[in-house]
Design a protein around this ligand. Structure first.
Ligand code: CP3
Length: 353
């Protein structure tokens, strides 16, 4: 299990060490835009069957790496595996996204929640991590991940996606003590989940706070940020860099830079120049090309990639150190794989020194 790592650009950039060129990986790099992914999913019968079968999760994790010289693999799974293991009954409705059979509907149900056991209820995730590490054979590092407490609570209370997250925000307003107990239980589960992924072989850990940006500043500071900070602090001793990604987290960057995380992932509503200036070299930054730029033609994509790289350097004293190139959010099913090849090529070629 301890093969030497042949490409350590990602880990070096996350530690703000010099690299030969800027590392790049893409959120949702494994997914429906790849015909080989659609074939594996069809054979498996469903997304969940695929995610819960380590051999298939391993196969789809590796698919984008066979096509593109990406600098990291990300575990193929989902953030909702944790509430599923807590007994909420995850399933996916075609065209509607994730649904829980038993969403949280009372304070009694919140208080009855327990942290799942990582090597039994979530063993399939750890088995996938172990298998992927073996199959990667040290080519690139493997990123493990989890949802943030607030983002997981959103799905657990609503029972699925939502336009306004009204139920979960009402709970936060009307039953703040119960909301904090829920977030505390989820935080303990996330820390155990990420620690177990690291023990199984994950070399970097990302927390997705996808819906933190739907909170106003006061509620973000009460219901999301403290739990992100607790996770980053708890994982510090592990030795695996921790990336906190937050959609719409630009107003909170100053707090996130001192959260204890090694890197902050940002979306495209902030320039990396501005983010890097405010950061002043404290952590690494990950991001932040608008995923929709992948709908552009190859020349437009190359220009956008260069603009993101230059924006970071402009805010970081002219240096590319401490930057991990990524999109500001995930890829979409209708994107052209050839455009991903163009993007990865431009990031590497333009940032080469
Ligand atoms: O990035 C990767 O390649 C790793 C795999 C990954 C998936 N989900 C696979 C997936 C990761 C990192 C996630 C995280 C995730 N899941 C998040 C946070 C990241 C983000 O996008 O903000 C969230 C909010 C979820 C919850 C979730 N899972 C939703 C809303 C959906 C439906 C979305 C859709 O596009 O249909 C999923 C399903 C899901 N998870 C898919 C994939 C590839 C699509 C499933 C399919 O094949 O139909």
């Amino acid at each position: 299990m301890t093969q030497p790592l042949h490409n350590d650009r990602l880990l070096r950039a996350l530690r703000r060490e010099p690299v030969d060129c800027t590392p790049v990986w893409l959120m949702r790099q494994a997914g429906r835009y790849l015909p080989e992914y659609r074939a594996t999913r069809k054979a498996a019968g469903s997304f969940l069957a695929m995610a819960k079968t380590p051999e298939l999760a391993c196969e789809v994790t590796l698919q984008p790496l066979r096509r593109f010289p990406l600098d990291a693999a990300i575990l193929f799974s989902d953030i909702l595996t944790v509430p599923d293991a807590m007994g909420l009954g995850l399933h996916f409705v075609e065209g509607e996204g994730p649904k829980f059979e038993r969403p949280l509907r009372s304070v009694a149900e919140i208080d009855a929640l327990a942290v799942p056991d990582m090597e039994t209820e979530l063993r399939y995730v750890m088995d996938a991590v172990r298998l992927i590490r073996r199959e990667l054979d040290g080519r690139v590092p493997l990123i493990g991940f989890s949802g943030s407490p607030w983002t997981l609570a959103c799905y657990m209370v609503e029972g699925g996606g939502s336009k306004d997250w009204g139920k979960v925000k009402a709970l936060a307003l009307n039953e703040p003590a119960a909301m904090h107990r829920l977030l505390t239980t989820i935080t303990e589960a996330v820390i155990a989940y990420l620690s177990a992924q690291h023990a199984a072989g994950a070399q970097a850990l990302q927390v997705f706070d996808t819906w933190g940006g739907t909170l106003g500043p006061a509620m973000y500071r009460e219901f999301s940020l403290p739990y992100l900070t607790r996770i980053a602090t708890a994982l510090k001793g592990l030795g695996a860099p921790v990336i906190l990604f937050g959609k719409g987290n630009a107003p909170h960057l100053d707090a996130l830079f001192t959260s204890g995380a090694d890197a902050i992932g940002v979306d495209w509503t902030v320039t990396l120049e501005d983010a890097a200036r405010r950061n002043a070299g404290r952590v690494a930054l990950q991001g932040n090309m608008d995923p929709a730029m992948l709908y552009g033609n190859p020349e437009a994509i190359r220009a956008q990639a260069r603009a993101v790289l230059d924006s970071y350097a402009a805010g970081n004293g002219g240096s590319r150190e401490g930057h991990v190139f990524n999109l500001g959010h995930g890829m979409s099913p209708d994107m052209n794989p050839d455009h991903v090849a163009v993007l990865v090529d431009e990031v590497h070629a333009y940032s080469k020194r």
